[in-house]
Structures are given as C-alpha cells and as structure tokens.
Ligand binder design. Sequence first.
Ligand SMILES: Cc1cc2nc3c(=O)[nH]c(=O)nc-3n(C[C@H](O)[C@H](O)[C@H](O)COP(=O)(O)OP(=O)(O)OC[C@H]3O[C@@H](n4cnc5c(N)ncnc54)[C@H](O)[C@@H]3O)c2cc1C
Length: 404
Amino acid sequence: MKNHYDIAVIGGGAGGLFFTALAAKIHKDKNIILIEKNQRVGKKLLITGNGRCNLTNIYVKEENYHGTFRIYTGEVLKACSSDKVLELFSEMGLMTKADDFGRVYPKSNQASSVLDVLRFNAEKENVTFCCECKALSVEKSNLFKIATDKGNFTADKVIVATGGAASPKAGGDKSGYEILKNLGHTVIKPSPALCPVLVKSDYLKSLKGVRVQGEIGLEVDGKCVRKELGEIQFTENALSGICVFNLSGYIEKHKSYILKIKLMPELDFNALVETLCRNREVFSTLDAENLMTGMLHKRVAQIVLKDAKVSLNKKARDISDKEIKAIASKLNSLDFEVLGVKDLSDAQVTKGGVKGDEIDANTMESKKIKGLYVIGEALDCNGDCGGFNLHFAFATAYLAASAL
Ligand SMILES: Cc1cc2nc3c(=O)[nH]c(=O)nc-3n(C[C@H](O)[C@H](O)[C@H](O)COP(=O)(O)OP(=O)(O)OC[C@H]3O[C@@H](n4cnc5c(N)ncnc54)[C@H](O)[C@@H]3O)c2cc1C
C-alpha cells in the first residue's frame, strides 16, 4: 500500500468492482486502490441468483425501487439502462442471456464469470487490490485520509461502495454507514428487505418444504398493499420465495398484516365451486382429502380442508354444497397472520442507507463533501427481486466512473 492514491474505492462488491473496472479503463493515468475487508473481492456476487447472478433486468424501471433515493432512480436509469449495463459487460468480455421475465444472467450460468470478468478488467489496468483490509474511518481535509486496519493512506477521491448490512456471511456490514455518518451524511436506519416473512400458523410445520404457484397479497387493515404472482415456498415458520421477498419490504413494525394466498388464481370463485363439484362426483367413493387431486399439492389440500373445517376422513360424496363453497373460499384466500420479517442475516438486501437527497443522482457525488461518491446498496435504495439491485449497483458505479 502506498501513502497516496488518486482514487480509493472502499468495498470490493458488485458496485466497487464495476466502478474499478470502468474507471481504470477511462482514467489510465490514475492510481486506483480498491480495499475489501473480506479475504477476496466479490464474495456476495458469487451467491447472487442462486450462483447464477441475475445481473440486470431488461424491464427495469423506477417503480422497481424503494427508499428515499427512489425519486432519483429515473435519472440513473436514463443514464444507464439495462442495455447500457449489458453493452459495458459485453465490452469487458461477458456474454449474457435473458429469461422470459427479463432477468439477465451470464451465458455461462455462473456468477463466477461475472466476478472474473470484472476482476480481469480491473487487474489489466494495474489497479491495486487490497483484501483483508477494513476501512475504519474517512476524514476530509485537503485530501481524504483513510484509516484502515492495515494502515492509513490518503486519496484525492473516495468511492464508498460498502453495500448494505444484509447477509453478513457474504460481507454485509454496517461499517460503511458509520463512515458516512461521521462524514456528515444522514443514514436511514437499516432493516431487512427481500427476505422470508414470519407467519403464525398451526399448519406451517406440515407444509415445510412445499412449493406452490399462486398469487399472494399483503393486506393491512383490510386494504391490499401489493400483490405478487409466482412461487410461494413454505418453511417451518415463514413464507418464502421471490414473490414473498418482494412483499417483505412493505412490512413495518407495529402494524398487523395478513398474507393471503390465492392458490388457483386462474379460476374465479364460481369456477372453483364448479371444479370441486365435478371432483366430488369423480372421487365420490374416496376420502375428502382426495377431492383436490390433480389441483393442488396433497399437503396443501389437507390444510385447505382443515381450514374450511371439512373432515379429511368423510367420503367425498358426503361433502355438502356449503362445505364446497367453504373450500372454494379457502382456495381463493388461504390467510396467514404476519409476525414480522426475518432479520438481516436472512435478507438479500437492506432497506435504509444514505438519504437520497444528499447525493447528486447525475454523478453519485455527495452534495455535502466534494470528491466523495456513494454507490450501490450503501444508499437508501432497495430494489425488487429480479436483477434490480445489481443493476442499481452497476448503474451508479457507471455514473460515478463517468463523472470523475
Ligand atoms: C443471497 C443473495 C442473492 C442475491 N441475488 C441477487 C440477484 O440475483 N440479483 C440482484 O440484482 N441482486 C441480488 N442480490 C442483492 C445484491 O447482491 C446486492 O444488492 C449488491 O451486491 C449490492 O452491491 P454493492 O456493491 O452495493 O454491495 P456489495 O456487493 O454487498 O459489496 C460491498 C462490499 O464492501 C465490503 N465492505 C463493507 N464494509 C467495508 C469496509 N468498512 N471496508 C472494506 N470493505 C468493506 C463488503 O465486504 C463487500 O464485499 C442478492 C443478495 C444476496 C444476499
């Protein structure tokens, strides 16, 4: 480590690496150092998208983001769309492909390819990588003074790319927030987003491990906050899956929420009654628990019957019309009382971070301290599941690298 660098990047995650690879190419004459507290850079990147890295989404728009920076995401996306991110990755040597939902992955299907491409591009331009080096504080006088657990150095410009506090095993940490607070920034309290939702239910244990396709809505005081369509996973004490993750960020403490699952969203109430009546005939001699054979996972069907107060042991032909309607109602809305969300260790992203209006959305430079840039999840901006969070990290990194 030298005594002085032109540019210091704190955090070797998605945003820090993308910034470094771009800035090193644009500013060949500059000395750049990237410091990372983990043994290696990009630890979190490797576990993204279940190891496949969903790096952007071709349908990305402002509405996919939340937090105080959300109102500025339109400007960020105008300057750096998913096409732009893909063009930049292509120039770096990464081939990609999109699925039907617009989610983009490396063609290799390996998150490690994304990390390799970023690392190779930065290394080619002689960036100094300093791992197992934690930034402890940053002070600004004429220059920035950066104190780390491996020694101190100065820099003309500092990029804070320390991410959020989610997933501490992969590097999630609150130290970046402390550094930014000490520099005078307001930090909105970090809390978990994109995480499983804890629910109260006598039935959950028997559903553990089951996955269903359906519609799930989050309701507070009888009003629907948001609905999602997709796969819902049952765990011992929580509901999980992408659509549940997307709802988790809306759950606030001290409010009573209900998660309502529509198990067969393609059928309305009358169609459900009709189907159940037909099945009552088809499976007339079998026990009631077979009524929904071919419609639903058997364990879910048992819960629906229990919730509708229909005995599992009676014969299907003995199920009354009233009971058929009660079953149809439960298929339309299987309800779970929300107890809260899982904590930051189970979350994919952090809600909270540096307040949106303290950063210039055209350059990502701090409005409080010249030469200080904040990118990625360190900002109060959390995206939906589907490549939006990595897109934000890459897009803000691009803005900062272009503005320097
Ligand atoms: C399991 C999981 C799966 C995910 N999958 C996806 C996905 O497929 N698509 C998607 O869009 N998003 C996904 N995300 C979210 C996405 O990974 C993050 O939003 C994104 O990595 C944020 O980028 P960042 O550069 O801001 O922070 P990070 O990638 O978290 O990088 C921050 C880096 O800074 C380092 N650091 C922190 N403090 C210090 C310090 N004081 N000194 C030195 N280094 C420090 C950390 O160790 C870390 O390496 C996923 C998250 C998780 C946990």
